[in-house]
Design a binder for this molecule. Structure first.
Ligand code: NAD
Length: 261
């Protein structure tokens, strides 16, 4: 267990990729603060399951990643509760799809706030403690859309490109403090959200399940396979290890070849 006596925050970890990362960090011995929205009883069940499965402490922060003060308070609370924040995973994210001239202003602002500015606020709040202890791992879930664009996703693509830039800048500033800063850029990841889209798309376009998967969802993904949440989590865990000490400022693709094209 490589993360014993380390403490981690994973934003947006009540489902999907974030939950898998939180559980993978806990499996390595880290105490974790999970965060995100959802049914209170379900979140509490996930929190206690982490404690039971891995013998670590798990806390829950209801901080809204669109609110700077709440993000900074989340980091302060985790430091108070566990003594430090050693691993910060900026993962919360939302999407909205619309032509640029119709893109709702409030959706633009919300996506930039949650997908980009939240990482800035969390990093800013966590860095003083990491610097003082001369150790830290900052990982953000970016996206293939941090490297390439797709139409109708102006806010998402802008925010994710921003995350890649923030990652590089923070990596340079923190390079001599034992702190690495990286982002992971998945292609299409198999999550309940993706799975739920399949029946509707089959009906709407009169396609088979295979056609929806290969020709609609995975059209840009050369392997024609989804990334799994556990694969993303495994890379996040690797980035926290000593073996990854010289990986910093990197934007690591995990996209079945999407951005090679
Ligand atoms: P998801 O919808 O399953 O999880 C998103 C999480 O963010 C949830 O826990 C949700 O409650 C939380 N969240 C949303 N708004 C929030 C807010 N204002 N404050 C706090 N928490 C908030 O999605 P996911 O697919 O697991 O996505 C996680 C990250 O991975 C996102 O940044 C997303 O852009 C990125 N990503 C996903 C895919 C994919 O195919 N699923 C691909 C590339 C990148």
């Amino acid at each position: 267990m490589s993360l014993q006596s380390r403490n981690a925050i994973v934003t947006g970890s009540t489902s999907g990729i974030g939950l898998a990362i939180a559980r993978a960090l806990a499996r390595e011995g880290a105490n974790v603060t999970i965060n995100g929205f959802g049914d209170a009883a379900a979140i509490e069940a996930e929190r206690t399951k982490i404690e039971k499965d891995f013998g670590v402490k798990a806390a829950y922060s209801a901080a809204d990643m669109s609110k700077a003060e709440e993000i900074r308070a989340m980091v302060a609370d985790a430091e108070k509760a566990f003594g430090s924040v050693d691993v910060l995973v900026n993962n919360a994210g939302i999407q909205h799809v619309a032509p640029i001239e119709e893109f709702p202003i409030e959706k633009w602002n919300q996506i930039i706030a949650i997908n980009l500015s939240a990482a800035f606020h969390a990093i800013a709040a966590a860095v003083p403690g990491m610097k003082a202890r001369k150790w830290g791992r900052i990982i953000s879930t970016a996206s293939a859309h941090s490297k390439v664009a797709s139409p109708f996703k102006s806010a998402y693509v802008s925010a994710k490109h921003g995350v890649a830039g923030l990652t590089k800048t923070a990596a340079l500033e923190l390079a001599t403090f034992g702190i690495t800063v990286n982002c992971i850029s998945p292609g299409y990841v198999w999550t309940p959200l993706v799975e739920k889209q399949i029946p509707d798309t089959m009906a709407a376009r009169n396609l088979t399940r295979e056609q929806v998967i290969n020709d609609v969802l995975l059209t840009a993904q050369p392997t024609k396979e989804f990334v799994t949440v556990d694969e993303v989590a495994a890379l996040a865990v690797f980035l926290t290890t000593d073996a990854a000490a010289q990986i910093t400022g990197a934007n690591l693709s995990m996209d079945g070849g999407w951005t090679a094209a």
